[in-house]
Design a binder for this molecule. Structure first.
Ligand code: FUB
Length: 312
């Protein structure tokens, strides 16, 4: 079984991992990611870091989601008041990515989807961050993730990118409503600043946001990490609140085997772990990935020691 885009959390004392379930869909590689034809999700767990992995079986299938037709990409999950809320992207029959939520009684599902996508949602790669009693959803991805088709707030079938010297398109954030099923506010941009306090530009594709947002907190600082897509890094930027702005700090994970790079960071018993994927098991097939983990070390100055998957 091929797995990718691992979102990891600690629930009930175990590490639970929420990945995409890669399959051979028979669609050739293209820049829209049409070769990623995933149809369902499984949830995995391990009692201890690097321990034995349990596959908890089918958690949600595209056929159970009334509004979704195909391409169930990177998901995430959180817990509130004993219920588990599973967030996922999928394409509608008209080919537009939206985000959905499904509810379960256990961390591993099964999850029962809401009949409609989340109002005001768009694009891909939802990641939910719990800060005290508040829950924030981050999301977004350019190119095949369609973020560049929502620049007016409405979907357009035309791509619209800022020019190279203009601020880059940003990932999105919105606080979730108390019932976890909708946004409680209009989505905002997650702005990443350079060392001079200026937003990263479209042309800065070694550092600008592409997809795979994630947030973790270390020593009171918020770390926003993300993939740079066509330059294949996982970068990170730091800020003093969940909305940002965040200031670019460096590379968390260097390019891995395969085109995509996607990760999460989880803390267990005072140590931090990076979950990511590469294409080692399939021998480099970009759409057939496998999840991995490594310890993530924060330095005293708050910087992160860069992980090189080829050295792990
Ligand atoms: O798995 C499909 C897509 O590939 C994800 O949504 C992106 O983040 C990239 O990993």
């Amino acid at each position: 079984m091929y797995t990718a885009d691992p979102s990891a959390h600690v629930f009930e004392g175990k590490i639970y991992i929420y990945p995409s379930h890669d399959i051979e869909g028979g669609v050739p590689f293209n820049d829209d990611g049409s070769h990623f034809q995933m149809q369902d999700y499984h949830v995995f767990s391990m009692d201890e870091p690097f321990g034995e992995v349990t596959d908890h079986g089918l958690a949600l299938s595209v056929g159970d989601v009334p509004w979704a037709e195909r391409q169930m990409w990177a998901p995430d999950c959180t817990e509130k008041d004993g219920k588990y809320y599973f967030y996922f992207p999928a394409k509608t029959a008209s080919g537009v990515f939206k985000l959905g939520v499904a509810i379960g009684d256990k961390p591993y599902g099964p999850f029962i989807p809401q009949p409609e996508p989340i109002k005001g949602s768009s694009s891909i790669d939802p990641a939910v961050y719990k800060d005290g009693d508040d829950y924030y959803l981050y999301w977004g991805g350019i190119w095949g993730g369609q973020l560049q088709r929502w620049t007016t707030g409405e979907y357009s079938d035309q791509d619209q990118y800022p020019s190279d010297d203009e601020p880059a398109l940003c990932g999105k954030i919105a606080k979730l409503r108390d019932d976890m099923l909708e946004f409680s506010e209009a989505p905002r941009d997650v702005v990443i600043l350079d060392e001079n306090g200026q937003p990263l530009t479209t042309g800065d594709n070694e550092r600008r946001f592409f997809e795979a947002p994630w947030v973790h907190k270390y020593n009171g600082t918020y770390y926003f990490s993300y993939s740079t897509g066509d330059t294949h890094n996982i970068c990170y930027a730091t800020g003093d609140n969940p909305y940002g702005p965040f200031t670019y700090r460096g590379i968390m994970l260097e390019p891995v085997l395969g085109w995509t790079n996607h990760h999460s960071v989880v803390e267990k018993d005072g140590k931090y772990y990076l979950f990511y994927h590469d294409c080692e098991i399939s021998g480099g097939e970009t759409h057939l990935r496998n999840i991995k983990m490594a310890e993530l070390i924060h330095n005293e100055d708050g910087s992160i020691q860069t992980v090189n998957a080829f050295a792990e």
